[in-house]
Design a protein around this ligand. Structure first.
Ligand code: ZN
Length: 231
């Protein structure tokens, strides 16, 4: 049962989920196209073979393209916390924004309110831990930038969606790769690529790909948050 108003816009780009795999990951995206209409058409185009479970327009309208119990094609080659092929175990939400290519802009307040409400409903339906509420860029750091550094992860976490660390709760890490792996990132990529993904989510004012002191401390804070005391 849903209290949200969701409009059906079925996409042919879906299939059965693999059996025996839990739905334990929530992946947030931006559409990265000039208009919402263009994005929705592509997500429903059988030739494109891409889709998501939901699309959220800038006015907060929510479309359902694929039922949650089916697999949508949004993550592509992806990895998080030792799992790959994340489409099989995730729910994907596309959030309308032209993205870095076409004029990246702030996400509208109404849109973010709808994102939050929809995520809360999804989290109530599935065993998705807070640390598995992630960006497309987290799970595909070598290919993807979305939803990007303007996305309000902190605000979502304040409302119970995902995690956000408190400042000053950890020391700068020395074992950076180990910490990034503990959080969930792939570690077989160049460090600046993974750092940029980390920064787009957790250290948004400094998306440089550089291991500055702030980033180094932030990695420690996030690891402490996801792995608990003494991690
Ligand atoms: Zn994406």
């Amino acid at each position: 049962m849903s209290l949200l108003s969701v409009r059906e816009r079925p996409s042919p780009n879906q299939d059965d989920r693999p059996s025996g795999v839990p739905i334990d990951t929530l992946i947030l995206h931006y559409t990265g196209m000039r208009t919402a209409r263009e994005a929705i058409e592509r997500l429903c185009d059988p030739v494109a073979r891409v889709s998501s479970h939901y699309v959220i327009d800038e006015d907060g309208t929510i479309l359902r393209l694929v039922p949650e119990e089916r697999r949508a094609f949004h993550a592509g080659v992806s990895h998080w916390r030792g799992h790959s092929e994340l489409n099989g175990r995730s729910i994907g939400i596309e959030i309308v924004n032209p993205g870095h290519e076409w004029g990246y802009r702030d996400f509208a307040a109404l849109q973010m309110a709808a994102v939050c409400d929809l995520c809360l409903e999804i989290l109530a339906r599935h065993p998705i831990p807070a640390r598995n509420v992630v960006a497309h860029s987290d799970v595909a750091p070598d290919r993807k930038d979305d939803p990007g550094e303007k996305f309000d992860w902190q605000g979502l976490a304040a409302n119970g969606v995902g995690l956000w660390p408190k400042d000053g709760t950890a020391e700068p890490v020395s074992d950076v790769w180990k910490a990034l792996a503990d959080i969930g990132y792939r570690v077989d990529l160049d460090l600046p690529i993974v750092l940029r993904a980390f920064q787009r989510h957790w250290w948004q004012d400094a998306v440089s790909g550089e291991l500055d002191a702030g980033t180094q401390r932030r990695i420690g804070e996030v690891r402490r948050l996801v792995c608990g005391e003494g991690a």
